[in-house]
Design a protein around this ligand. Structure first.
Ligand SMILES: Nc1ncnc2c1ncn2[C@@H]1O[C@H](COP(=O)(O)OP(=O)(O)OP(=O)(O)O)[C@@H](O)[C@H]1O
Length: 393
């Protein structure tokens, strides 16, 4: 088993992940009448994120843990990158598979740096190599090494602990990552941020990731493929999020997908996929005189103008009514409640539009103003999705 990432070619694309195959894998816990997992067969493609989703107790965690042999299968075959996982030394196997769990599972008496260094240490890396790797991993997950390296897990927020958990799982550059509800214990906003970061990381890393969740929206957002599991880890459907939303294989899957499949599809689409050019929005610059801005808005029959700074980043709104007596734009500025970037999902955009009351500002990679999305554009997209998929949810 390789101890560092194994670059493989997959359809012309460089990926560091490797394929995982499970063949007729079963687990029968001692003293249990029925197996927890029965004849589970699946190919997890190299460099992709596969999500296991299903009701509590259906066998998701047991199935996942058999891949790194934290749970030993009763029967069946597992290969990782073509190698027979069950004939390898389990400790060595686990050093090549990153593992991140709910509540991060950090060692409480180790600092952040020491937690991230665990597997590189076991692999016998030099101190210097480990130290620079720890910094690199902390940067990768958005934690400043100078500030956080020597803290203990209890001195971190839940979201920061999850970031350290992901950094630790990635530290030895394993081709495979197993993630068991890694973002389950944090608030919804932090959760959304962590999901975005995982997707950003995966664009570069292209690991093979198996991810367990209860949350179907999370599965849709993160998965290249989703496996909807039933009792004893039976695969009810294994397909792309798009295909499952459009055509649930049976009533059980349909129940799990839930109502409003077209709304869930909003998490599949990004703002960059729709027209955000928004010609109708009037933009003005910070130092402009209130009288000029008022004239421009009146001429254009608009009530609101968007104030940008000198680098075209959105600062605030101004209302035409406030401008007549204003000494400066700043004096009558109204804050921007929420905005989105071209990377944001349409679901994020919908939330921002509702916060802003009709339209949300869109920013580009450097935070610069690039346009806006309004409720009509999102509604049109939902209508289009419904028409395409015959979804009346
Ligand atoms: N050590 C064990 N001994 C006996 N039975 C177990 C053991 N661990 C799990 N089980 C049983 O195996 C089944 C599958 O459990 P598993 O934890 O894999 O499900 P899960 O889908 O991950 O559940 P959850 O979403 O609630 O975490 C359950 O019925 C559980 O009670």
């Amino acid at each position: 088993m390789a101890t560092s990432a194994t670059a493989v070619e997959n359809g012309g694309e460089e990926v560091s992940g490797v394929e995982i195959q499970l063949e007729q894998v079963s687990k029968r816990y001692p003293g249990q009448q029925h197996p927890a997992v029965e004849n589970f067969s699946m190919v997890v493609p190299a460099g992709k994120i596969v999500i296991f989703v299903g009701p509590s107790g259906c066998g998701k965690t047991t199935t996942m843990r058999m891949i790194n042999r934290l749970i030993e299968p009763t029967s069946g075959k597992i290969t990782i990158g073509g190698k027979d996982a069950l004939s390898l030394n389990p400790d060595q196997l686990r050093r090549t598979i990153g593992y991140a769990i709910q509540q991060a599972g950090l060692f409480p008496h180790f600092t952040v740096g020491q937690n991230i260094a665990v597997v590189p240490g076991l692999l016998g890396w030099t101190k210097q190599k480990i130290s620079s790797r720890v910094d690199e991993m902390m940067d990768l997950v958005g934690l400043d090494p100078a500030q956080f390296r020597d803290r203990y897990p209890r001195q971190l927020s839940g979201g920061q602990q999850q970031r350290v958990g992901v950094a630790r799982a990635l530290a030895a550059d394993p081709p495979v990552l197993l993630m068991d509800e890694p973002f389950g214990a944090v608030d919804p906003i932090t959760r959304g941020n962590l999901q975005d970061e995982l997707l950003r990381l995966q664009t570069d890393l292209k690991k093979t990731i198996v991810f367990v969740t209860h949350d179907f929206s999370e599965a849709v957002k993160l998965g290249d493929k989703i496996a909807v599991l039933g009792d004893r880890s039976t695969i009810l459907q294994y397909d792309t999020p798009d295909a499952i939303l459009a055509n649930p294989a049976n009533d059980t899957v349909a129940g799990f997908v839930g109502a409003g499949a077209s709304l869930k599809q909003l998490t599949l689409l990004r703002v960059r996929d729709i027209d955000y050019s928004d010609e109708g929005l009037i933009t003005v610059t910070k130092g402009d005189s209130p009288a000029d801005v008022r004239k421009r808005l009146t001429d254009a029959r608009k009530t609101y103008g968007l104030v940008l700074d000198n680098r075209r980043r959105p600062l605030s709104w101004v209302h035409v009514r406030d401008l007549a007596a204003a000494g400066s734009l700043e004096a009558v500025a109204r804050p921007i409640g929420d905005s989105v970037s071209t990377q944001s999902t349409l679901q994020d955009a919908l939330e921002a539009i509702l916060t802003e009351g009709g339209r949300a500002v869109v920013t580009g990679p450097r935070g610069e103003y690039v346009g806006g999305v309004d409720i009509e554009t999102v509604m049109d997209t939902v209508r289009q999705l419904r028409a395409e998929h015959g979804d009346d949810a």
